[in-house]
Design a binder for this molecule. Structure first.
Ligand SMILES: Cc1cc2nc3c(=O)[nH]c(=O)nc-3n(C[C@H](O)[C@H](O)[C@H](O)COP(=O)(O)OP(=O)(O)OC[C@H]3O[C@@H](n4cnc5c(N)ncnc54)[C@H](O)[C@@H]3O)c2cc1C
Length: 329
């Protein structure tokens, strides 16, 4: 495992994510991918292969998630600093979980010293139980908008471009869609320049979120909303994601996948996968037609499913066996 942190990543390489959103042309949008910090050497090797592949496919930026409890702080920083010198425009996630304000300041200074100026400001979920009750640490912050205010108050972070999370079906803890809209706007008004959505399977939810925000505040509410897409590859993974995210699955997609499974998910895994990739591709097609500024794929550090969707959209060559088995999902 390569342990060094590459420092500093040349600042000039770190285009603001908000600027990458202007690279679209009619009918064609940029795409970006989410990575998770690897847990071991084998996973790290797979991540670098995936980073190579997405670099070659022309990803406009890559994001790196931040684990609960700050457990992946070191790995997130190390991976991000190496991706940035690839060069890939790299977006770091940061959460409030288990961090006092002073610690958050230190982390932000460290990001700035590495030239990593793209930040996704998040609260995070309670460690161990994403649906559990949120309790801030002593001297910590409560909401993502407070993290944005902190960044904006730090001279070291003057170059930061900040993104936030948004929720097409509303955050599961927001009392109502009106409250959810207000809280999302609060983050945009505090200085975020775009949002990335939680995964969803019904494009109408994305469009309604866009309408709600723009109607509530024509300036900040009209900032770009990047749709987060999880390519569907199995019923098991869809069920798990629905459970973790609180997103819903439209009946027609549910029925399509159940039909493909024909009562045996294992035997008919290939058919489910084929149907799932087709569903994600149709969603992406509609999002492009509706003017989405980018397609952000939650890849779980795999290439194949995302490449297949991109291929269906005419944005990437077909997946072939020469591209390796280790990235098959
Ligand atoms: C694109 C994306 C990437 C993510 N990446 C990660 C990651 O890397 N690591 C990780 O741990 N988690 C990640 N998450 C999950 C995210 O941290 C959780 O969904 C979390 O529960 C909410 O985070 P937030 O930043 O939206 O919080 P906030 O905006 O702070 O909202 C938290 C809750 O408080 C409510 N709220 C907000 N403001 C107020 C207010 N002023 N008054 C009262 N209530 C308020 C909201 O409705 C919501 O219920 C990600 C989510 C998305 C969509």
């Amino acid at each position: 495992m390569v342990n060094e942190i590459h420092r500093p990543a040349p600042a000039s390489l770190q285009v603001a994510v908000a600027d990458t959103l202007k690279w679209g042309t009619p009918g064609r949008v940029p795409f970006s991918v989410e990575f998770m910090p690897p847990r071991n050497d084998a996973a790290e090797q797979r991540l670098w292969s995936a980073a190579e592949a997405f670099h070659d496919l022309g990803a406009s930026f890559v994001s790196v998630t931040y684990g609960a409890g700050g457990s992946s702080r070191e790995r997130t920083e190390r991976v991000a600093s190496r991706l940035a010198v690839k060069p890939l425009t790299t977006l770091l996630h940061l959460t409030l979980v288990d961090h006092r304000e002073e610690e958050l300041r230190d982390i932000l200074r460290e990001f700035a010293s590495l030239g990593l100026t793209n930040l996704l400001a998040l609260r995070g979920d309670p460690p161990g139980d994403p649906m559990g009750d949120w309790t801030p640490v002593d001297g910590g912050l409560n909401f993502a908008h407070e993290l944005i205010e902190l960044v904006r108050s730090m001279p070291e972070c003057v170059d930061f471009d900040i993104g936030i999370a948004s929720f097409p079906e509303g955050h599961y803890r927001a009392g109502s869609l009106e409250d959810d809209t207000r809280y999302t706007l609060q983050k945009l008004q505090a200085g975020a320049s775009y949002s990335i959505t939680q995964m969803f399977f019904d494009v109408d939810h994305y469009l309604r979120l866009r309408d709600r925000l723009a109607a509530a505040d024509p300036v900040h509410g009209a900032k770009p909303i990047i749709p987060g897409l999880m390519p569907i590859t199995s019923l098991k993974s869809v069920r798990r994601q629905l459970e973790l995210s609180g997103a819903s699955l439209p009946t027609d997609i549910d029925e399509l996948l159940t039909r493909a499974a024909a009562g045996d998910e294992v035997k008919n895994a290939a058919g489910i996968r084929e149907a799932g990739i087709e569903v994600t591709s149709r969603m992406a097609e509609r999002l492009i037609a509706e003017g989405a500024p980018d397609l952000h794929f939650m890849t779980m550090n795999n290439v194949r499913a995302t490449q297949e969707v991109l291929h269906n959209l005419g944005m990437a060559p077909a997946w072939g066996p020469e591209l390796g088995q280790d990235m098959v999902r």
